[in-house]
Design a protein around this ligand. Sequence first.
Ligand SMILES: [Zn+2]
Ligand SMILES: [Zn+2]
Length: 404
Amino acid sequence: MRISTLIENASPRLAKRNKTQAALPRRDEITPQSTGANDCAESRLNPITGDWTIFAPHRGARPDQFGTDQRVPATSKVDCPFCAGEEHTTPPPTWVAKIIADDSFQVLLPSGADTATPPAPISDWSVRVVPNKFPAVTATAEDADENASSKRVHPLFQNSKVIGGHEVIIESPNHVQSISELDLPEIKLMLVAYQQRLKHWRNQRGIQYISLFKNVGGDAGASLQHSHSQLLATDQMPNSVENINERMRSHQARTGCCLQCDIIRAELKQKQRIVAQTNSLVAYCPYASRLPMLLRVTTRDHVDHFDLLSFEVLDDLARMIKRMTGWLESLVPNASYNMLLHTRPPGAHGNSEAFHWSLEFFPRISRIAGFEWSSQCMINTVLPELATEKYRKCAAAENPRLVL
Ligand SMILES: [Zn+2]
Ligand SMILES: [Zn+2]
């Protein structure tokens, strides 16, 4: 089942168009206001493609701090629900931690804390995780039971409540917009928060897939400026993810090796697309990147679940992510960008060798046009070998003594 969500950007773009096309309905007619955070998303099956689409009309009521801008100057202060002092404007947190020193932190609210009796508000924090106020998916165990027992009204009009959760990881109490403005302990704590919430969600009943991503700038799909990531856990495995699972599983069954480990070995041997290496990590531009300037980073050692990485590797990864953001922002100033974390989906079959985590990072400098929409086949205007050359120049400028 593929989930093609309409959760990002659709409404602001419709709103912009409405200014010039008076005959079209007003935004509030297209995107009704939320009736509350518990509005339940509905998923519908396209019988022609086999894809599921999540409908979350209440997300149309989200604030949009970008409008037509991609990145907003740091000086233009807005009312921000993610800044320190505004904790009362978000739903109660599910995880909170504070940096004590450069290499230590304290968890103030652990995953799985009793939410029936909310703890006293925590005002002194470094990273906090809260349920999304405008969730794309949210449902309870009762909804899961209802789904399991419900009878389909018509075989061509199948629908289902999407069971899962949608959370926001707020990465700093300060109003910063990009990873490059976070310091290393903050980035590392952000990665710890990823691990803690991935662990939590993969142990919830029925969860098949967890998407963890970051949108920076309007073109990347962000609606709020303040630096944050999102986690979306669902009981439906998207078609494209199932396809990846199957390819990794069959490669492992055929060769006895992990596909990602084999790719890293081949890339390191060829050297053409390697951008940076550390003791634990390899960053490279994949041979068949679907998007311009896409960078992928993963561990040399085989690890399937991201939440199994050690603190030492997280430390290394925090440094690499900060460097990658710096390179991207020097090559494409003010670019919107996305960061996607691929980790073993809870619903994936096969042994632990059949999936290998990775993180992808790319600027939003291309648009998806008619051919791509019609074929799902991307046209990339930048060869990964050229992208590698550009990133290597940035890496060399950081440290001219560094030789690949
Ligand atoms: Zn803020
Ligand atoms: Zn591997």
